[in-house]
Design a protein. Structure first.
Length: 353
């Protein structure tokens, strides 16, 4: 056990630091300015924000969108490493385990890169070097010649057996859904290990409630993607256990009917918390819009948990989600401007809480 996971938790100190960091996140006005800038202007704008250190450190070697990409990932890693530096006791354990989501992110990034024949540099740009994987492990994954090689390299990790089991489905269907879902299932199973039933409003119970919400929204996203992929795959077969919104057999039916899906969410444990977000879901006209609305709903729910339980792990995990979303929004803007997309097209890619 890491020595920092022993002893008492310092929730008051960590949540105070997190509130300060969250107050510095980009707001709607910042995004409104960014979407109207060119790549060079975006870089200059970021030099005057809390990304200044990373932009200055990397500015001699990179420029434009590349500079923005590298600065975003380095800044993200710095902020999440800070969380581990600040935390102690069970709070440290919760955060360290949760940050393994970036191991999952990196595995999926490498698999997608190989699947689409992306250049090594492109794959590397999208890696987020936070989590338990070492730089050496990540470098070896990027150097893999095939998806089968990636699966083999991960055989001794939490992703090994699930990926091996899913590989035959990937080969037969030719879509990434089985592999990506296997990664998600492994990550969330690892998160929920040992949580069990806890007394209401205790640190463990709040941690579990947050995770269950994230699992529910992940199941929604996966079910919709499977239903609309055209692949001969049963959404129930890729259900992630641990949520509280529906059963595997219900996902099969709901994934093909978004009206019923939204109605079910309204009736469930999140309905009272997410009235505005569910209206956005109901109005979504495409899978991308629906996924963005799901992301916004999860951000909204995590914020409400944070406000209800200000001295708990909830504000920390909500900050992780919000910081991730800021990085994804800025990346989407920079790439969109480089590609010549219109302001309206880029704004459709953003999720703003």
């Amino acid at each position: 056990m890491n020595v920092k996971s022993e002893g008492s938790s310092n929730y008051e100190y960590v949540t105070a630091r997190v509130r300060s960091r969250r107050a510095k996140l980009f707001d709607e006005d910042d995004y409104r300015k960014l979407v109207r800038m060119g790549p060079g202007e975006i870089a200059r704008f970021m030099e005057e924000t809390e990304y200044e250190t990373e932009m200055n450190a990397l500015g001699a070697r990179h420029s434009g969108v590349d500079l923005v990409e590298y600065a975003l990932n380095r800044n993200l890693s710095k902020h999440f490493d800070d969380l581990l530096t600040w935390a102690s006791g069970s709070l440290y354990g919760y955060i360290a385990t949760y940050l393994r989501k970036f191991d999952a992110w990196n595995v999926k990034t490498v698999i997608r890169g190989i699947y689409t024949d992306a250049e090594r540099d492109e794959i590397e740009d999208d890696l987020i070097r936070t989590g338990e994987f070492s730089d050496r492990q990540l470098d070896r994954l990027v150097e893999a010649a095939s998806i089968e090689d990636v699966v083999e390299q991960l055989s001794n990790t939490i992703f090994g057996d699930p990926l091996e089991d899913a590989y035959s489905d990937f080969e037969s269907e030719g879509v990434l859904v089985p592999l990506e879902n296997a990664v998600d299932r492994a990550f969330y199973a690892h998160l929920l290990e040992g949580t069990g039933d806890a007394e209401p409003d205790t640190p463990e119970a709040l941690y579990t409630e947050f995770l269950k919400a994230e699992i529910d929204f992940r199941n929604l996203r996966n079910g919709l993607r499977i239903a609309r992929s055209g692949a001969d795959i049963d959404p129930a077969a890729y259900f992630i256990d641990g949520g509280r919104l529906f059963r595997p057999d219900e996902l099969r039916q709901l994934a093909s009917n978004t009206e019923e899906l939204v109605a079910r969410i309204r009736e469930g444990p999140y309905g009272d918390e997410l009235e505005d977000a569910l209206d956005e879901l109901a109005d979504a006209e495409s899978l991308i819009q629906f996924e963005h609305a799901l992301d916004a709903a999860l951000l909204e729910y995590s914020s409400k948990l944070s406000n209800r339980y200000p001295l708990s792990v909830c504000p920390v995990l909500a900050y992780v989600l919000a910081k991730e979303r800021e990085v994804e929004n800025i990346r989407a803007i920079a790439r969109g401007r480089e590609a010549g997309l219109s302001v309206e097209e880029i704004e459709e890619e953003l999720v703003i809480q």
